[in-house]
Design a protein around this ligand. Structure first.
Ligand SMILES: [Zn+2]
Length: 415
């Protein structure tokens, strides 16, 4: 009888490992890689250990596990075993790409290049973010953002869908999709001055104003059919981005700020609708909220860090203030500081903008902490402190009063 009771208690515990693998998904196609991370989770009732293709893999206290597995081109099979359960996962790795036969880029060497049709007047039709004058065809950095309805000199580039345009006596290039021929206007000169894309936007709200004078646009990354990255339990980045953004919104409102959100549900505003909202609402700052994951072939345990990106100099000033405080509350997660990187949502010529990558969610520890309500609140409070820092006159921050100066401990400290 005692044996029977023991069996009845033990049996369901051993049986219920319930293995789930979040990445790679069944039949998922991966690029050519020599290894991939495999992440998943089990119910911890029975098993302390997971075996991935026979390799012993530790299980984190939440039931999440992570194992790097070698891969080969074609179909790969991974067997995951825990307790009495077994899961077979198949995914496909691409063949190593042959060096592509790269078409040489079209280069317009001079104003009277044979590639150019006759110059005429063209008027911009896109949004501020789509009307970008680039340094080259198909590529290159943005030289100017142009408002909708601006007329400039342009000449179609033969064999391409690009128009060569002239501003301030220099050539630039715009896709034909954001321009319409303007037959009524005379052809503008090459020296036409580029307009200020955002004449009424400051780099920074005036120092010393209260939070109630300052409005912030929060942008929870991804949404709708775009889940973003996945965590070991298969939780989606779009959801934790929204949770974090709502926590930041609540903390900002409590501090007196005005806040708008690019989404407050499971929708997907386009990458240009998001900054456009910040311009239309004339906010003082735009902050996009994301969570990171490593590239397929990189071990998340070696990559975990927190950072805030900006794509403009006024955005970088905002990013640096925010990341200083966010980095402090996330310690000992490595703080990679504020960095410049080109992101569509951050290239806003009007509103100081940045993008926070709070943590890595394809790592068991990062998953657990990112979904923790206390951590969400801590990060939210840190963002508020960062914004308050950004609103403080740097001259006042740079000159601490004598009582704030630490006593020198030794002569070498004064060097
Ligand atoms: Zn993201």
């Amino acid at each position: 009888m005692r044996l029977l009771v023991a069996l009845c208690v033990a049996w369901p515990l051993v049986a219920a490992a319930d293995i789930r693998v979040a990445f790679p998904a069944e039949r998922q196609k991966l690029p050519f890689v020599e290894q991939t991370y495999l992440i998943g989770a089990i119910d911890r009732n029975g098993a302390e250990t997971v075996y991935v293709n026979g390799l012993t893999t530790g299980v984190y206290r939440t039931g999440a596990f992570l194992q790097m597995v070698p891969t080969k081109p074609g179909t790969n099979t991974v067997v995951v075993a825990a307790g009495r359960d077994r899961l077979v996962r198949r995914f496909v790795v691409a063949e190593q790409a042959k060096p592509a036969t790269v078409q040489p880029p079209v280069v317009v060497e001079s104003d009277d290049s044979e590639l150019l049709l006759k110059p005429s007047a063209w008027t911009t039709t896109g949004t501020l973010f789509a009307n970008r004058v680039r340094v080259g065809i198909d590529a290159g950095e943005t030289r100017y953002f142009l408002p909708k309805g601006f007329t400039l000199r342009g000449a179609e580039v033969k064999g391409t869908s690009w128009v060569c345009v002239w501003l301030e006596n220099a050539r630039g290039f715009m896709p034909k999709s954001v321009l319409a021929p303007n037959h009524e206007a005379s052809v503008p000169p090459k020296g036409l001055l580029a307009p200020d894309p955002a004449p009424t936007f400051p780099d920074h709200p005036p120092y010393g104003h209260p939070p109630s004078d300052v409005s912030i646009c929060l942008d929870p990354g991804h949404g709708g059919s775009d889940p973003g990255s996945l965590s070991p339990h298969g939780w989606k980045e779009k959801d934790v981005n929204l949770m974090q953004a709502r926590a930041i919104r609540d903390a900002l409102q409590k501090a007196g700020f005005q806040v708008i959100m690019t989404r407050d549900g499971d929708s997907f505003p386009s990458l240009y609708e998001r900054p456009q909202l910040a311009v239309d609402q004339h906010v003082d700052a735009f902050i996009s909220i994301h969570h990171n994951a490593t590239a397929v072939n990189r071990d998340p345990r070696l990559a975990r860090h927190t950072t805030t990106y900006a794509s403009t100099s006024n955005g970088l000033a905002l990013a640096a203030c925010i990341q200083k405080h966010v980095g402090q509350v996330l310690a000992p997660v490595q703080n990679a500081g504020a960095q410049m990187k080109s992101y569509a949502v951050c290239r806003n010529p009007a509103v100081p903008s940045c993008l926070i990558e709070v943590d890595f969610i394809n790592l068991p520890e990062g998953e657990e902490e990112s979904w923790d309500p206390d951590r969400l609140k801590k990060v939210a409070d840190a963002v508020v402190l960062g914004i308050l820092d950004w609103m403080t006159d740097p001259a006042k921050k740079a000159e601490p009063g004598p009582e704030d100066l630490p006593e020198p401990e030794s002569e070498s400290d004064n060097l």
